[in-house]
Design a protein around this ligand. Structure first.
Ligand code: NAD
Length: 309
């Protein structure tokens, strides 16, 4: 996609401001609407910090404008992404408001983490142009976007959305059916189900689970997906392991009682100093900093490789 498109983002929060940066950095004019004056006031400062972090020209932000009126922000938009609160009623309401002001050809995308896109589009008069665009947090550092095809999303909508996101340097993938958790969260939570069961069954403690992932197969996950890895070692080996392992893996089909109990005991995570593991404030901040530094270093390495290509 060489031409620029008029982009509107609904919601200037954590995801909305990152997505605004990504699309403005790709050259598109971006209008951001939020119903919170506070979110709009803090937007320029947060966008400036992203440019500092990524060491990119802050002039990118000249392409981003903040709006307290939805019609003003969305009129003339080719592509709208809602990144408002994770609430079905709110998202359906936003779609209805948008349909009243955008052109019939405009695409309306939702950044929902888990709500079915089909439900978000349920009351829409033109559901063919409604699509899921599940960015990952933080969107300016994690390049994946799952583009979710709901029951009535047209292929034209999907193709246009994939092209826009690829053009912005993101790795956009097509999720052909609107299933809970799309692809990424299904994989992530399948891993968490087994991780929780290992701890609940006394096989190891939570730190050991994290060590096994971080120092073991997690090391290669960024360059070797699970199915690539199966092809690498050969499918017969994968089959042999599955014959032993599949009958034994956890298959709890509700929230695991161990997770329920931790929460009931007030162990909700870093915010309370204890979740599956215990955390001092320094340890929690240290981990956040290490994660951020790692993602920034990776983003800068990728940017350098791109320039050299
Ligand atoms: N935070 C994550 O890790 C993450 C990852 C992927 C997807 N998401 C999804 O992205 C969406 C936004 O998440 P977030 O973390 O940026 O939330 P956030 O709370 O940081 O930001 C949401 C923003 O939307 C605004 N808002 C709420 N209702 C609105 C409305 N009716 N009209 C206009 N603005 C409205 C709020 O004022 C706020 O500024 C959610 O659907 C969330 O599930 C979040």
């Amino acid at each position: 996609m060489t031409k620029t498109s008029n982009i509107t983002i609904i919601g200037a929060g954590l995801m909305g401001h990152g997505i605004a940066h990504v699309l403005a950095a790709a050259g598109h004019p971006v209008k951001v609407f939020d119903r919170s004056a506070e979110a709009l006031e803090s937007l320029p400062g947060r966008l400036a910090k992203l440019c500092d972090l990524l060491r990119v020209d802050p002039a990118i932000n000249d392409r981003i404008t903040a709006h307290g009126n939805l019609a003003e922000a969305a009129t003339g938009a080719d592509f709208v992404i809602e990144a408002a609160a994770e609430n079905l009623e709110i998202k359906q309401f936003i779609v209805a408001e948008l349909e009243a002001v955008v052109e019939p050809s405009s695409i309306i995308a939702s950044n929902t983490s888990a709500l079915p896109i089909t439900k978000i589009a349920a009351r829409a008069s033109n559901p063919e142009r409604i699509v899921g665009t599940h960015f990952w947090n933080p969107p300016h550092l994690v390049k994946l976007v799952e583009v979710v095809q709901a029951e009535k999303t047209s292929l034209k909508t999907i193709k246009w959305t994939l092209a826009l996101l690829f053009g912005a340097g993101h790795r956009a993938v097509h999720v052909r059916k609107d299933i809970p958790g799309f692809i990424g969260n299904r994989l992530q939570h399948a891993l968490k189900r087994e991780a929780i069961a290992l701890v609940a069954n006394g096989i190891c403690d939570a730190e050991t689970v994290d060590d096994v992932v971080k120092h073991g197969f997690g090391k290669r996950l960024a360059v070797l997906g699970p199915l690539e890895q199966s092809d690498l070692v050969g499918l017969p080996l994968t089959k042999a392991i599955h014959e032993t392992l599949m009958p034994d893996l956890d298959r709890t089909d509700t929230v695991h009682p161990y997770l329920e109990q931790r929460i009931a005991d007030g162990h909700i995570g870093m915010a309370s100093g204890e979740g599956f593991r215990t955390w001092t404030e320094d340890e929690a901040n240290g981990l956040r900093e290490r994660l951020n530094n790692f993602l920034v270093a990776q983003a800068n390495t990728n940017a350098t490789h791109k320039k050299e290509d």
